[in-house]
Design a protein around this ligand. Structure first.
Ligand code: ADP
Length: 199
């Protein structure tokens, strides 16, 4: 709900299409979703490195960093998780407007939240990347020791333990990080971007 009145949206004279033309590549959001420890950050950063190396304008929005700043007023209740994702979606849209390929690495467990973000974008701009990894493997990796804490009851509402994860029904890209290497995952995503004339 918009609380301010008397505000208008200003179209800048330079459009998204002008910026894309100058960049010589298109812009989009690579929206990673998956359980904690599934490999979102690892693969998102590896994709970002590869895009950067190719001279492509890119940026990564990573979970913990956003929660340190923009969303530091939000916790992990259902309401706050939804608001967290809504704000990140709006920021991602600004990046796409600026001509960049923006990669986001958030659990984003609720399908309706992700679909709401998708609705902000034009056709083809929102690419849902499902990092599909069995929870047993995520828990075995436990890179931040969060599953251990959740099992001890030190973290509540932990996705996969006592809060649900709703897998995407029709993600543009699915990667099983228990079966492919990080390099293979990067290759799969880069191929998608090439096949769809984004890069
Ligand atoms: P998330 O961002 O989803 O919470 P992270 O990327 O922080 O996950 O952690 C994933 C962990 O799994 C890292 O320690 C990473 O090195 C490890 N890992 C092992 N195999 C893979 C793979 N194939 N893809 C991604 N991560 C992997």
């Amino acid at each position: 709900m918009t609380k301010s009145t008397n505000i208008t949206w200003h179209e800048s004279t330079i459009t998204k299409h002008d910026r894309r033309a100058q960049n010589a590549h298109s812009s989009c959001t690579l929206w990673f979703t998956g359980l904690s420890g599934s490999g979102k950050s690892t693969i998102a950063n590896a994709v970002s490195n590869e895009l950067f190396r190719l001279g492509i304008n890119e940026y990564v929005l990573d979970g913990d960093n956003i929660r340190h700043g923009l969303n530091k007023d939000l916790g992990f209740s259902e309401h706050d998780r939804t608001e967290n994702i809504r704000r990140i979606g709006e920021v991602a849209k600004l990046f796409v407007d600026s001509g960049k390929i923006v990669t986001t690495a958030f659990i984003s467990p609720f399908r309706s939240d992700r679909d709401q973000v998708r609705a902000l974008f034009e056709e083809g701009e929102f690419i849902e990347v499902y990092i599909d990894c069995p929870i047993e493997e995520c828990e075995r990796r436990d890179p931040k020791q969060l599953y251990a804490k959740a099992r001890r009851g030190e973290i509540r509402d932990f996705t996969g333990i006592d809060s649900p994860y709703e897998a995407p029904k029709k993600p543009e890209i699915t990667i099983d990080s228990s079966k492919v290497t990080v390099d293979e995952a990067v290759g799969q995503i880069l191929n998608y971007l090439r096949d769809n004339n984004i890069i």
